[in-house]
Design a protein around this ligand. Structure first.
Ligand code: GLU
Length: 504
C-alpha cells in the first residue's frame, strides 16, 4: 500500500510554526516511504475564511522547500483539493449516517441552544452540551414525532445534522506517538456534521476526504485529540474502519517557559516571530512578522523545527534534508510538548550561515542588503564581503548591520570617540599617512597594514591611539572585521575620502 499523507490547514490566517512542523513531519514521512504528500484546504467554515490565507500557506510551503505532490494548485488524482468545492459530495454520507441511526436532524435555533446550555448546566462554570443528557429535550428527529420531522423538512426549516454519540462506548485509538488511548463516547457532544448552509463541518469532511483520498497516515497537532473519538466512530459508521489511517498526534509547541501552547501573542510579547512568513491580516491590516523576513534561512528554519519534538538519539542537531528524510521516524517523536527557544532557533541559523557556501550565502543576503541600501548592491562587493563578516551574522539581516559601511559611506555614529581625544599628533599622522596611501602601488590588506605600521613608527605614535580612530572613520562605530581588510575592500579613494572627512 502506497503511503499517502496530508496537511489539511484551514485558511484562517498566518501559518504558525507548529503548522510548518506538521507539514515537515508529513513531508519527511512521505519522502522516506516513497509516498505522496497532499495539501488539502479545509475551508468549509466560511465564517473563519480569510482571503489570501490559502496562497500564503502555499507560499510558505514553497519557501520551506516542502512542496506537496498534490494540491489545489498542482491538482492530482483527487481533485478538487479545496473542501468548499467538494460540498455536494458530503451529503450522501450524512444521509447514510442518518439512515443508519448514527446521525439525526436538529432544528434548534441559536436561542434554543443558548437556553439549553444555561438551563441544564452542571454548575456555574460548566454549560451543558448537546449530548445524550440533553438531546431528547431539544428539537430534533430523535425527540420529535416522525410526521413533525417530515413537515419541518418539507417546509424547508433550517436544520443541521448531528452525530449521535453513543452513551457508553469505549473508543480505542492506537496512536503512533501517544500509544494506546481510550475515550468514553458519552463525554463527547453530538458534533454537527452538516451545517444549515449545507456545508459539512470539519469533522465530517476530514473523515470523508481522508477516505476518498486514500490517506494512510494522518499527522496533526495534539489539540485535535479530543475530536479523535468522533472521527474514529465516523470511520466505523461509514463502514471504512479497515481503511482508517494510522494517527499520529504531534506534541504541542510550548511557550519558552513551558507554560501552555505558544501563541502569536507570546511572540509579540517576547519579541520573536511565530509565523513562517510575514502575514498581513486583510481585515485589520495588522502585520505579523515572519521568520523569513527577520532573516532565517529556510533550511535552518526547517532543521530547527525538525528538532522541536524529535531527535535521532545521538545528540546530532544539524541535519540536511536528505539526512532528515533517512533518519526521521514518527515513532521517535516525543509525547510531551516541546518548548520553543528563540535563542536556540537563532543558533541554527548562525550555524547554517557558517556552513553555507559563499556564493549561495551572498545570494541569500542580497535582498536584505538591498532593502536597506535602496538600490542594487555591487555584486563583487557582496561576494567579497559575505565571507569576511559571516561569523558575525546570526540572521540574514545582520549582513546589513555588520556590513553596511562596505556599501555606502557610514554615518559617524561614534565620531565623539575620535574627536574627544583628537590632538595635533593624530592630525599630523593621518594627514601624512593618507598622502602616503594615495601613492601605494598595490592596494591590498597586507600593503595597507605595512604602510600603517611604517607611519606609526615614523611618527612615534602608539598604534592603539590611531587604530580605533581609523576604524571609526571607516565603519562609523567600534565594530566590524579587521580594519585593513575593510580598507582593502572599499578601495583607495573611498578610504582616503573617509579619513578626509575627519582631518578636513
Ligand atoms: N483543518 C484542521 C486544521 O485546521 C486539520 C486537522 C487535521 O489535520 O485533521 O488544523
Amino acid at each position: 500500500m502506497k503511503v499517502r499523507v496530508r496537511f489539511a490547514p484551514s485558511p484562517t490566517g498566518g501559518l504558525h510554526l507548529g503548522g510548518v512542523r506538521t507539514v515537515l513531519y508529513n513531508y519527511l514521512f512521505a519522502r522516506a516511504h516513497g509516498g505522496d504528500f497532499v495539501l488539502r484546504i479545509e475551508d468549509t467554515d466560511q465564517s473563519r475564511y480569510v482571503p489570501g490565507a490559502e496562497q500564503y500557506i502555499i507560499d510558505c510551503l514553497e519557501w520551506c522547500g516542502l512542496s506537496p505532490d498534490e494540491s489545489p494548485v498542482k491538482g492530482g488524482p483527487h481533485v478538487p483539493y479545496r473542501q468548499s468545492e467538494r460540498k455536494a459530495l458530503y451529503h450522501q454520507y450524512a444521509q447514510q449516517l442518518i439512515a443508519q441511526g448514527n446521525a439525526y436532524y436538529a432544528f434548534d435555533t441559536p436561542e434554543d441552544l443558548e437556553q439549553m446550555r444555561l438551563q441544564y448546566r452542571k454548575d456555574e462554570h460548566t454549560p451543558a452540551q448537546y449530548d445524550h443528557n440533553t438531546r431528547m429535550k431539544m428539537r430534533n428527529s430523535l425527540s420529535l414525532p416522525a410526521h413533525e420531522v417530515k413537515a419541518l423538512l418539507d417546509s424547508g426549516t433550517p436544520y443541521v445534522v448531528r452525530i449521535q454519540m453513543p452513551e457508553n462506548v469505549t473508543v480505542h485509538l492506537n496512536d503512533l506517538i501517544c500509544g494506546e488511548m481510550t475515550f468514553e463516547s458519552g463525554l463527547s457532544d453530538d458534533k454537527v456534521l452538516l451545517k444549515a448552509d449545507g456545508m459539512p463541518t470539519y469533522h465530517l469532511a476530514v473523515v470523508v476526504d481522508d477516505y476518498l483520498m486514500g490517506i494512510t497516515h494522518a499527522f496533526r497537532g495534539q489539540e485535535w485529540l479530543p475530536s479523535a473519538p468522533v472521527h474514529v466512530l465516523l470511520w466505523q459508521y461509514l463502514g471504512w474502519a479497515q481503511n482508517m489511517p494510522r494517527w499520529a498526534h504531534l506534541p504541542l509547541i510550548l511557550k519558552p517557559d513551558g507554560n501552555g501552547k505558544l501563541s502569536k501573542r507570546d511572540g509579540d510579547r517576547l519579541g520573536f516571530p511565530v509565523f513562517a512568513m510575514n502575514w498581513t491580516d486583510p481585515k485589520t491590516n495588522e502585520l505579523t512578522t515572519g521568520f523569513r523576513e527577520i532573516g532565517f534561512i529556510p533550511q535552518a528554519f526547517v532543521n530547527m523545527l525538525a528538532m522541536l519534538g524529535w531527535n535521532d538519539g545521538t545528540g546530532q542537531e544539524l541535519f540536511s534534508m536528505d539526512e532528515l528524510i533517512s533518519k526521521f521516524s514518527i515513532e521517535r517523536v516525543h509525547k510531551g510538548g516541546a518548548k520553543f527557544d528563540f535563542e536556540k532557533a537563532k543558533w541554527f541559523n548562525h550555524q547554517y550561515i557558517q556552513h553555507t557556501d559563499a556564493t549561495t550565502l551572498a545570494a541569500m543576503a542580497k535582498p536584505f542588503v538591498e532593502k536597506e541600501l535602496g538600490h542594487a548592491a555591487d555584486e563583487h562587493m557582496l561576494a567579497a564581503v559575505v565571507p569576511v563578516i559571516k561569523d558575525r551574522c546570526t540572521l540574514l539581516t545582520d549582513f546589513w548591520a555588520q556590513g553596511h559601511f562596505f556599501f555606502r559611506t557610514p554615518e559617524l555614529v561614534e565620531k565623539a570617540a575620535i574627536t574627544d581625544k583628537w590632538n595635533d599628533q593624530k592630525q599630523q599622522f593621518f594627514t601624512v599617512w593618507s598622502a602616503a596611501l594615495a601613492t601605494l602601488a598595490t592596494w591590498t590588506e597586507a600593503g595597507i597594514e605595512a604602510s600603517f605600521n611604517e607611519a606609526v613608527a615614523q611618527h612615534g605614535i602608539k598604534k592603539g591611539d590611531v587604530m580605533l580612530p581609523f576604524r571609526i572613520m571607516l565603519v562609523g562605530g567600534k565594530y566590524g572585521p579587521g580594519v585593513f581588510a575593510i580598507a582593502a575592500l572599499i578601495g583607495k579613494d573611498e578610504t582616503i575620502k573617509r579619513i578626509g572627512a575627519i582631518i578636513g
